[in-house]
Design a protein around this ligand. Structure first.
Ligand code: ATP
Length: 308
């Protein structure tokens, strides 16, 4: 059977410098696969090549066994793409825009209506079908972007930083939708936020300076990386001493009035414990994330090794 995605020795050069170098990978299953890398690591370049938006300098991409250079139209039937800034036409209604996308995807005339209805249903936007896209919130626009990416039922759905810029509620909804989409599609999703990849992905591919430095399951990644701090945002924060009373917490640093970096002893249930204490003492916790600063340490650690 053909792999859903196979990349061989992919490299790309913009004018004089290489943005990605010798990327090799193969994906055979549904689920969410994370492409994790800091800004400028080469995520968008890789995704743009996969989706045929950019022509690679060297190497080959196969989608469902089809070489994207030799059979671009056929290969593209198997890909849906949600770019970093989706080209959503704001003067069209949701229904008009998705109908247009379905036609672009060469869905047969008689099947367009049903395809649009199914994509809207799946993305929870059917009730907004006659609304102009300009009048939708960021979260709903993002859903329209996801709907266009799945309208032709591609095997592979590529999403470039899909949760960027969403507020906490929209984030929760977007994650739920992406996980649901991944039950019968392969979703390749990029992010520079480790906690995002942690929450969403079955497998993780880390890219740094245009090269893959780690590629394995999330479990393998978790065994490898031991985060030891979380960032906690609170509306009504306690003193550092009070936070330090939570079992497992080893040190607390306030980064601003309402945000603390909380170091802990590696306990898996540290977030639950902080939340329970927060509820009990009314700290009004708004967000808890594994410390993003940590990513740099992981990159440093991995960059000095050859893990594939
Ligand atoms: N059109 C371009 N012309 C020249 N260099 C580019 C161009 N696009 C990207 N680059 C460079 O290629 C490298 C990889 O960029 P890319 O956008 O793929 O990274 P990224 O991981 O997606 O980062 P970000 O999250 O910031 O989008 C960077 O050094 C970037 O400056």
């Amino acid at each position: 059977m053909n792999s859903i995605l196979k990349i061989e020795q992919l490299s790309h050069k913009y004018s004089s410098s290489w943005a990605i170098r010798d990327i090799n990978l193969e994906i055979n299953q549904t689920g969410v696969i994370g492409l994790l890398g800091s800004n400028g690591a080469g995520k968008s370049t890789t995704m743009n090549i996969l989706c045929g938006v950019l022509n690679q300098t060297e190497g080959t991409v196969y989608i469902n066994g089809l070489d994207t250079r030799l059979a671009p139209e056929e290969a593209k039937k198997n890909i849906g793409f949600l770019p970093q800034n989706p080209p959503v036409y704001v003067d069209l209604t949701v229904n008009e825009y998705l109908t247009y996308c379905a036609e672009l995807r060469l869905i047969e005339d008689g099947k367009v209506k049903a395809a649009v209805a199914e994509a809207m249903d799946r993305c929870g936007i059917a009730h907004f079908k006659t609304r102009l896209i300009r009048n939708l919130s960021g979260g709903y626009r993002q859903r329209v972007g996801i709907a266009q990416a799945i309208i032709h039922k591609p095997k592979l759905v590529v999403m470039d930083e899909p949760t960027n810029g969403l507020d906490p509620n929209q984030l929760i909804e977007a994650r739920k939708l992406i996980k649901e989409i991944a039950t019968d599609h392969t979703v390749l999703l990029s992010s520079h936020i480790l906690s995002e990849i942690h929450l969403l992905c079955r497998e993780v591919i880390m890219i740094e300076s245009g090269r893959i430095i780690f590629s394995d399951s999330m479990d393998a990644f978790n065994n490898y990386v031991q985060p030891n701090s979380v960032l906690v945002k609170m509306e009504n924060p306690p003193s550092a001493e009070a936070l330090q009373q939570v079992k497992g917490v080893t040190k607390v640093e306030f980064l601003s009035d309402r945000q603390a970096r909380v170091y802990y002893d590696g306990s898996e249930d540290i977030t639950e414990r902080i939340i329970a204490a927060g509820v009990q003492h009314e700290w009004r916790i708004r967000e808890i994330n594994f410390d993003k600063g940590l990513l740099d340490d992981i990159f440093k650690k991995l960059s000095t090794q050859t893990l594939h």
